[in-house]
Design a binder for this molecule. Structure first.
Ligand SMILES: CC(C)(COP(=O)(O)OP(=O)(O)OC[C@H]1O[C@@H](n2cnc3c(N)ncnc32)[C@H](O)[C@@H]1OP(=O)(O)O)[C@@H](O)C(=O)NCCC(=O)NCCS
Length: 345
């Protein structure tokens, strides 16, 4: 039997006809299209994306097979809506994969609560919702005439803050601890590691760095606990790349106990949000060649390797992969990227 490969990908404009087809099918089969459905299905960019929501598509062996949307209700609440899997692909775990991926995406976007409206006759959907943690709540009248059930789920909260100097201490602590835990085994001399951390994460040095207009620091809180940080240089040229507008994701560190919580993805989401605003032609970064988990994380988020370089820490030379996220991935083409100076870093 042919192996089934399921992928969850972000919606792109060319997916509109699939988004409409998949949802139109089940809504017209069991109910009827309401005016709000028509708007959402025909103009998902206006109805969902431009209002701060998100849409995911599921593929099975590279064929579009399902979808789900997150409609923004307010800063911390999203409606889980328009989930559909092509009938010929149902029962393969796609609905489950889409539901889990949408929950993760919502957390990354800062959601604290998800809600949904459904109908109790949609047995597979209701089963799936309960399985992942949605619970029934009071249904207010008049949202969709076809729904007879409303469900909600509280999410483990991730907050991303653009850091000011007040966070220098926190950044220093997270940086030292997470680098130490991740890279201790790669150092031949412990003194090299300690010297590097004392220099790089000196609180005064971090304070100065936060003040520089070319730098942006994001700090992540998970359930109100400090969990990680990212540092971006808005303009930073890598000589192995062409083009004059390059943003560097210089550091992204998450404390060990928060690995797997979505904190790293939430930090990256904020970095890409910044890039969408200031429109560099790309985001580049370097990652230690032995950091397989980190490389997988970046690849999963659209980064590709484009070169290597090395860096001396104390007496030891470390090799790094260089990776790039092209502007096209976050909606910037080369021509429209702007040349701006942010001064010295
Ligand atoms: C709901 C839907 C997206 C699920 O897609 P899917 O790819 O078949 O989902 P999965 O294969 O991941 O899982 C389906 C789950 O539902 C269960 N299920 C299927 N039919 C069921 C039924 N009649 N009653 C109860 N559970 C059922 C399956 O056993 C499975 O659960 P399990 O993993 O615990 O065994 C799909 O059925 C669909 O498109 N339905 C029409 C649209 C819809 O209802 N959308 C939601 C509107 S609110």
């Amino acid at each position: 039997m042919k192996k089934i490969e399921i992928k969850i990908i972000d919606y792109r404009p060319e997916h509109q006809s699939h988004f409409e087809r998949l949802n139109r099918h089940w809504i017209e089969k069991y109910f009827w299209l309401e005016p709000i459905d028509k708007f959402v299905l025909m103009e998902p960019e206006k109805a969902i994306l431009q209002r701060g929501g998100n849409i995911l598509m599921a593929t099975i062996n590279n064929e579009i097979a399902g979808t789900v949307a997150l409609k923004k209700v307010d800063e911390t609440t999203y409606e889980f809506t328009k989930m559909a899997v092509d009938e010929k692909f149902q029962g393969n775990g796609l609905g489950y994969a889409l539901t889990k991926a949408a929950i993760e995406k919502a957390k990354i976007m800062g959601a604290e609560k998800l809600l949904l409206y459904s109908h109790t006759s949609l047995k597979a959907a209701i089963h799936l919702y309960r399985k992942v943690g949605f619970r029934e709540t009071h249904l207010e009248p008049g949202v969709y005439s076809r729904s007879d059930i409303k469900m909600e789920m509280d999410l483990d909260q991730i907050k991303i803050i653009k850091a000011d100097e007040m966070y220098a201490n926190a950044i220093s602590t997270i940086g030292k601890k997470s680098f130490h835990d991740a890279f201790l085994p790669t150092f031949n001399r412990y003194e090299d590691l300690v010297e590097y951390l004392d220099y790089t994460y000196n609180v005064e040095k971090i304070t100065d760095s936060i003040k520089k207009s070319n730098n942006v620091f994001f700090v992540a809180l998970y359930k109100n606990k400090l969990a990680g940080f990212a540092k971006v240089k808005k303009q930073s040229l890598n000589m192995q790349l062409t083009g004059s507008r390059q943003m560097e994701l210089q550091k992204i560190y998450v404390l060990k106990e928060f690995h797997g919580t979505g904190v790293a993805a939430a930090l990256l989401h904020s970095v890409i949000g910044l890039a969408k605003n200031i429109r560099p032609a790309c985001i580049w970064l370097d990652v230690y060649i032995g950091n397989k988990r980190g490389i997988r994380f970046y690849e999963k988020n659209g980064f590709e390797k484009f070169g290597k370089h090395s860096f001396k820490i104390g007496t030891q030379i470390f090799s790094y992969d260089l990776m790039i996220l092209p502007g096209a991935v976050f909606g910037v083409n080369q021509e429209s990227s702007q040349i701006v100076s942010y001064g010295n870093d």
